[in-house]
Design a protein around this ligand. Structure first.
Ligand code: HEC
Ligand code: HEC
Ligand code: HEC
Ligand code: HEC
Length: 163
């Protein structure tokens, strides 16, 4: 009996695993997020990001470094993800929204975005310190250390609280 049911469990895990794999979301790039996230009244996240070092991270690389995966894997979202999942994301965007918030093709619609749980179900990531440590670590030749609270303040882009 026991054996039969464990085989069934394994089988179900296998099916669930495949279903998850089939649901791979694509990277759509910051210009798409800008359409809804650039109003000053809701926090102008796009503007804040576009003026940050993340948006300009490709500018820090010179000459051949711009094509060197050893550098671009942290300096550009484009180079850090599976190429088959790139829809309209561009290399020049540097460290784009989706490096922290996950690929947007599934959650980008207004109805999904308005419902936080649904958005998370469709690939939205609410980033934590772990997200940052993927790039802010000692593998970086220019690593300056990382303190989440301090660094997060420098890139904060909140939705303003209602008055
Ligand atoms: C069609 C409009 C639209 C697009 C496109 C869009 N968003 Fe949103 N997003 C929203 C709305 C509406 C909310 C809910 C905001 C609120 O309730 O104040 C939201 C909320 C969010 C939140 C906050 C989630 C939470 O509850 O903490 C994040 C993060 C976010 N969007 C990231 C993105 C990113 C990254 C992109 C591009 C890949 C994007 N959005 C594209 C409309 C959009
Ligand atoms: C593991 C991720 C990672 C890799 C790999 C990486 N970088 Fe960086 N790079 C960063 C981070 C994060 C910063 C921001 C510096 C900090 O605050 O630690 C940075 C900053 C820089 C800066 C700015 C330095 C400054 O003083 O502000 C330059 C230039 C740079 N990197 C060049 C390169 C080059 C060239 C390569 C490839 C040989 C490379 N990086 C590989 C993550 C990385
Ligand atoms: C995909 C890689 C990546 C991720 C993920 C990432 N960063 Fe960065 N970050 C970089 C790179 C590369 C730079 C350097 C850009 C430059 O100097 O041109 C940088 C620079 C910064 C800077 C500017 C540092 C300075 O010297 O002024 C801050 C602040 C920062 N990151 C905060 C964060 C925080 C907070 C998170 C997580 C929420 C995070 N980063 C996630 C790659 C990343
Ligand atoms: C380096 C990582 C990083 C990048 C790049 C980034 N974000 Fe965020 N974002 C965060 C973190 C961390 C939070 C705070 C999560 C939380 O509420 O705990 C956040 C929060 C948000 C929120 C919710 C704010 C609130 O007060 O509820 C929105 C909306 C958002 N980001 C949109 C964007 C958009 C749009 C872009 C690109 C134009 C972007 N983010 C780029 C890390 C990032």
């Amino acid at each position: 009996m026991l054996r039969k049911s464990s085989i069934l469990v394994l089988f179900l895990v296998f099916i669930a695993g495949n279903a998850l794999q089939a649901q791979e979301y694509e990277y759509i790039g910051a210009a798409k997020c800008k359409m809804c996230h650039n109003k000053p009244t809701t926090g102008a996240q796009y503007k804040i990001w576009s003026e940050s070092k993340h948006a300009k991270a490709m500018d820090a690389l010179k000459g051949d470094e711009k094509n060197d995966p050893k550098c671009t894997k942290c300096h550009s979202t484009y180079a850090s993800v599976d190429e088959s999942l790139i829809a309209t994301l561009k290399m020049e965007e540097g460290v784009s929204c989706e490096s922290c918030h996950g690929p947007g093709s599934g959650y980008k619609s207004n109805t999904v975005m308005k419902d936080r749980n649904k958005a998370i179900e469709k690939g939205l990531i609410i980033p934590t310190e772990e997200t940052c440590l993927k790039c802010h670590n000692e593998e970086s030749p220019n690593f300056k250390g990382f303190n989440f609270d301090e660094y997060f303040k420098k890139i904060a882009h909140p939705v303003p609280a209602d008055e």
